[in-house]
Write a protein that binds this ligand. Structure first.
Ligand SMILES: [Zn+2]
Length: 572
């Protein structure tokens, strides 16, 4: 039995995510986790909310709540939606957890011991009215280059010129609008990533099985221009992990917190400890996934993320882990995704454009979305959601192919043999040909799933469903029954066994429907079809079943038009 550690990029806390976010990490990670469990492997699947930083503070202020309360509420909402989409996390944690606080401080202490932290005194803008330092992007003013009045302290979005906050004419706080600003000196910690360049370079060179896209992004950051830069890991904020060296105070850093980019990925590890703590397990249980000196040396670690997160996962987080000098498990494979666009434009959280996770579940069950999103995953290039394509895919793949197959065979059996797997007859040439074809296709499906080729896996699964439909069409037990009821019984028996077979193979994509199919066919046998012929004899003659309700309702043109209009603009 293989052991597989899976993490999905952790979603930021400030709001409900759209379907583009979902298909970029959590959903394909869930597909892979469910598949590996289905194959009998031991899986640890972790995700969490990313809770620190200024955007969370501002979102909380907007919602009129203290930031800790805001994050706790949003965590519950995100956890609930993820659950309703079928995310089979072993644990869904929080980067604001006590476990992550301790571990983040631990890593900072180790990095300092290794001489990889330096202190830098900087000048930064302080807002007297807000009583805080302002990050560059929270200072606004007039662009000295083009005169645009709402330029941000890091960049003018009108002329795209990179700016320093002190370049702005009449600068003001983007939080309060106050112009009572002053420049103050403040001290920050920097992680000396530049000192780790060769070590990171060698580590990436050792990853010969990584996609070129991934290694080339990492190499670019390592070598372009002045090479890998040191990065600030602290901020003058209230909300975050207090700066400490392990459990010791850090002189001169009182009242400061670690920058969110530093503590967020450490939550991948802390999340496992949260899991152990919440289920009353000893530390050895989570450490066997994360510490190569404590049992994790045979773990395969796979990360799922959007392409914008690749530099972060190939350089920044590895710098933290490698720099600690401790034997933590490093990533073995990164699976990254391009973007999903929405109906001729982009999904936009700020403009409320597109379908958000909560809205999606209000109009259709999770499996409809899971199937479309995964079968159109933005792998080799960006992909686009359109309502026409969604309607077509649901109606053809799910309703006409899979749903129709299950409905036809169960109803026909009930009418001629009752709700029981019929006995008599033998498999002949046609049945053996089907078994041969399905054997080839199941092996191909397994290979695509192992390789995390999401679209190819979906195509193969669909072809497996189609093969059953075509068999049923050609065998036509409703005609056979008139001349040779025994032969029709064998055909129906095969068809009913295909329902269990499909339920097992399809569970990673459409887990809710898979459960319905297994319930209708009245079995708890979810064993993987290592031997397809044996799998298609799993339900013996005499086994009871019930005809299920319609598995997938077709999307009508009226519904499609209504939804298209509803989601075109600002979310209401
Ligand atoms: Zn400008």
């Amino acid at each position: 039995m293989a052991r597989i550690l899976i993490t999905s990029a952790i979603p930021y806390i400030n709001g409900i995510k759209h379907l583009g976010n979902l298909v970029g990490s959590q959903l394909p990670a869930d597909l892979y986790a469910r598949y590996q469990r289905g194959r009998g492997n031991e899986v640890m699947f972790l995700c969490a909310t990313d809770e620190h930083g200024t955007p969370a503070e501002l979102a909380a202020a907007k919602a009129g709540k203290p930031v800790a309360e805001y994050c706790a509420d949003m965590y519950e909402i995100q956890a609930d939606i993820a659950k309703r989409f079928g995310m089979s996390f072993d644990h869904f944690g929080r980067s604001s957890s006590e476990q992550n606080k301790k571990l983040t401080q631990h890593f900072a202490g180790k990095l300092d011991e290794a001489g990889l932290i330096r202190e830098v005194t900087e000048k930064q803008i302080y807002s007297n009215a807000d009583g805080r330092f302002l990050p560059d992007r929270y200072i606004e003013g007039t662009c000295p280059n083009c005169g645009y009045e709402n330029a941000r302290g890091d960049q003018c979005e009108n002329c795209t010129k990179q700016l320093d906050p002190t370049d702005l004419i009449e600068p003001r706080s983007a939080i309060s609008g106050s112009t009572d600003l002053e420049v103050r000196e403040t001290k920050h910690l920097y992680l000396r990533q530049s000192a780790m360049k060769d070590q990171l370079d060698a580590w990436i060179d050792s990853k010969t099985d990584w996609p070129i896209l991934t290694t080339s992004i990492a190499k670019k950051w390592l070598h372009d221009g002045d090479g890998l830069q040191d990065r600030g890991i602290t901020r003058d904020l209230d909300w975050g992990v207090p700066v400490k060296k392990g459990d010791q105070d850090w002189p001169g850093m009182e009242g400061k917190v670690f920058y969110v980019w530093f503590d967020a990925p450490i939550e991948y590890i802390a999340c496992a400890k949260e899991w152990a703590d919440s289920t009353g397990k000893p530390d050895s249980e989570w450490e066997r996934w994360w510490r190569t000196d404590k049992g994790a040396d045979d773990v395969r670690y796979v990360q799922f993320m959007g392409k914008d997160n690749v530099p972060f996962h190939t350089l920044s987080f590895p710098a933290t882990i490698l720099g600690s000098g401790e034997p933590w498990k490093m990533v073995d494979h990164l699976k990254s995704f391009n973007y999903l666009n929405y109906d001729g434009g982009q999904f936009s959280t700020s403009q409320g454009r597109g379908v958000f996770m909560d809205q999606a579940l209000e109009i259709l069950p999770a499996d409809y979305w899971r199937w479309w999103l995964l079968s159109h995953a933005p792998e080799s290039s960006d992909s686009e959601f359109t309502w026409e394509n969604f309607q077509q895919s649901v109606n053809k793949d799910l309703a006409d192919v899979l749903g129709n197959f299950v409905s036809r065979i169960t109803k026909f059996c009930r009418s001629k043999f009752g709700e029981v797997v019929p006995e008599g007859g033998d498999f002949g040439e046609r049945e053996n040909a089907l078994i041969d074809e399905l054997t080839k296709r199941v092996r191909a499906y397994e290979a695509h799933m192992e390789a995390m080729d999401v679209r190819k896996s979906a195509q193969e699964l669909r072809a497996i469903w189609v093969a059953g439909n075509e068999y049923l069409q050609a065998a036509a037990p409703w005609s056979t029954f008139k001349e040779d009821p025994k032969q029709a019984a064998a055909q129906v028996r095969l068809g009913l066994n295909l329902i269990r077979f499909y339920a097992v193979l399809s569970a990673p994509f459409i887990p809710y429907t898979s459960a319905k199919m297994l319930s209708a066919i009245n079995t708890l046998d979810t064993s993987w079809p290592e031997d397809v012929a044996a799998a298609l004899n799993a339900l013996p003659a005499g086994h009871d079943f019930t005809v299920p309700d319609v598995l997938f309702a077709k999307i009508t043109d009226e519904q499609r038009e209504e939804w298209q209009a509803k989601f075109a603009g600002k979310r209401g």
